[in-house]
Ligand binder design. Structure first.
Ligand code: DGL
Length: 188
């Protein structure tokens, strides 16, 4: 079997690792849309159109059995469009707010994602549906995406810059933080 994994950059390799460990025989094609990284500060219409173009092109080239959109930023806006244009299963990744709400004792949850993902209607709906009564502290950072890319390219990531980005969590002290961008587990 062939699958296609798509992200704006190399972040989605964190998803590939899990797929590979569960299904080592699977043939995985990976698209990193470096030209338009980061997706997190692009408009909904741009991200939807771009991932649709890439998915249609790659589908015609590799004829995959399924598409994995390994990107929260794109999944929270583009899944319905992709599913309506492709005949294969399309699997996305969306912020893990539900398990975070179930795990949190203090009911203060951190949401670390891209600026696009933290503001999406989809994300607000997840919070309303699955995290009622929880206080969600949202941090949207494209800088963190660039840091993860740099790290994956073999460069160092300074702790001072990470501390600056994460400062809102210092004040609000969530007991669970959702890493709602596939780039972030690389620098967990
Ligand atoms: N890796 C992506 C995500 O899960 C997108 C990062 C970006 O391009 O802004 O949201």
């Amino acid at each position: 079997m062939n699958i296609l994994v798509l992200d704006s950059g190399w972040g989605g390799l964190s998803v590939v690792e899990h797929i590979h460990s569960l299904l080592p025989g699977l043939n995985i094609h990976y698209i990193a849309d470096n030209k338009h990284l980061p997706y997190g500060d692009k408009s909904d219409a741009f991200v939807t159109q771009r991932v649709l173009e890439l998915a249609l092109y790659a589908n015609s080239q590799f004829t995959p059995d399924a598409l994995v959109l390994a990107c929260n930023t794109a999944s929270t806006v583009a899944l319905p469009t992709l599913r309506s244009h492709l005949a294969i299963p399309v699997v996305g990744v969306v912020p893990a707010i539900k398990p975070a709400a179930l795990t949190s004792k203090s009911k203060t949850i951190g949401l670390l994602a891209t600026p696009g993902t933290v503001e999406r209607d989809y994300t607000h709906q997840l919070a309303e549906e699955f995290a009622e009564g929880c206080d969600i502290v949202r941090v949207g950072s494209s800088e963190m995406v660039h840091l993860a890319e740099a790290w994956l390219a073999g460069n160092r990531v300074g702790t001072r810059i990470l501390k600056e980005i994460l400062a809102p969590f210092e004040q609000s002290k969530p007991d669970v933080i959702v890493l709602a961008c596939t780039h972030f587990p690389h620098i967990q």
